[in-house]
Write a protein that binds this ligand. Structure first.
Ligand code: FES
Ligand code: FE2
Length: 370
């Protein structure tokens, strides 16, 4: 484990918000949340927030969510809007969807006021497998450098064509890393997830040791089970790009630092972690299905949503208890079990960041001789 302070010290949390959450590529949601010209959305990025816009040519932009006049947020965090311009709610400075200042009341005939100088601060943004990533530092290497090895694993799921048909927001009293570590092991499954163990053997699957800014692995479905649901049946449609193996497998991937992608034979679940405090994290969970499934009359995502809602709540309860346990001044880091090798990969990434080194997962694992 990481030292106790990593989970309980607000100073560590503030550092992480600046350098881990806001210091490089961060997933800020699904592309279809900002799908059409005029769509605008504000999302937190560790320190501060980002305003996403879709311009008239379909181009996606990300701006620091701060007005160039006196700094008012252009949209409240988590809010959406749809209109042809960005209007600051404070003194109505008006910006084009590409960030250029269009109008500032009362400045029209002022010599020395050049609107070209007062455009919004633009940040790098890319769309990747149906998700939007923003580089809060403005200086990170290309996203593909860190996630290239994951492309091949995710490609068959065609996430950019999937439709989000269910979502839940959770507020967990646990550090964001405790939630991520919990995601990376099923050592706890026999104890707290009886429903999960009925459809997927907790000891099944393998973790990847591929290089990149991600950690993850697979688990198998039991014979006779077609997906992760309470009875193992699917009310959806298998994703069309999957092969025989994919149809018997669930892929669990944590893209550093803030998302957990769980790709099933018939849906993809996304957890997006929004750290709020050293001991509190909002988790936005969404479920995306093939359009062939969502367009069917009576289509109902609850078979997937209900199963994972139950499992999520079991997980958050355990994570909150870990948070309370670690608040004891007598808490001391313990050893990881071989079944927690992906936890080891994740905490090693974090430890490298603490030491000022690149976070890059070099594929080594304490248990695979790397
Ligand atoms: S702060 Fe935005 S218009 Fe004044
Ligand atoms: Fe769990």
């Amino acid at each position: 484990m990481l030292p106790r302070a990593a989970y309980v010290d607000p100073v560590v949390f503030e550092w992480e918000q600046r350098y881990l959450i806001g210091g490089g590529w961060l997933c800020v949601g699904w592309s279809d949340q900002v799908a059409n010209p005029g769509d605008q959305r504000a999302e937190p990025t560790g320190v501060g927030s980002v305003l996403l816009t879709r311009d008239d040519d379909g181009g996606l932009h990300a701006f620091a969510n701060t007005c160039r006049h006196r700094g008012h947020e252009l949209l409240p965090c988590g809010a959406s809007a749809s209109q042809g311009v960005i209007i600051c709610p404070y003194h109505s400075w008006t910006f084009a969807l590409n960030g250029k200042l269009q109008a500032a009341a009362g400045f029209k005939n002022h010599t020395g006021f050049d609107t070209a100088q007062w455009g919004l601060v633009e940040l790098p943004v890319v769309e990747w497998h149906g998700l939007i990533f923003v580089d809060g530092s403005g200086q990170a290497p290309p996203l593909d450098d860190g996630l290239g090895t994951l492309d091949e694993l995710l490609a068959p799921y065609e996430m950019s064509r999937l439709v989000v048909a269910g979502s839940h927001e959770y507020d967990a009293g646990a550090n964001w890393k405790i939630l991520t570590e919990n995601y990376h092991e099923c050592y706890h499954c026999p104890t707290i997830h009886p429903e999960l163990c009925r459809v997927s053997p907790p000891k099944s699957g393998e973790n990847y040791t591929l290089q990149g800014l991600w950690v993850g692995g697979t688990m198998d479905l039991r014979d006779g089970m077609t997906t992760m649901s309470l009875d193992g049946t699917s009310q959806g449609v298998p994703l069309r790009g999957l092969d025989e193996t994919d149809l018997r497998t669930v892929l669990y991937v944590n893209v550093f630092p803030n998302i957990l992608i769980s790709a099933h034979p018939d849906y993809v679940m996304l957890h997006r972690l929004l750290p709020q405090a050293v001991d509190r994290t909002i988790i936005e969970c969404s479920w995306a299905f093939a359009p062939e499934a969502t367009e069917r009359p009576g289509s109902d995502p609850s078979y997937a949503v209900d199963f994972w809602d139950l499992t999520n709540l079991q997980d958050w309860a355990a994570c909150e208890s870990v948070q309370r346990g670690l608040s004891s001044p007598h808490a001391v880091p313990g050893p990881l079990n071989p079944a927690e090798d992906a936890v080891y990969q994740f905490v090693t990434m974090i430890a490298r960041a603490y030491l000022g080194q690149p976070v890059w997962n070099n594929g080594s694992s304490a248990w695979s001789g790397g």
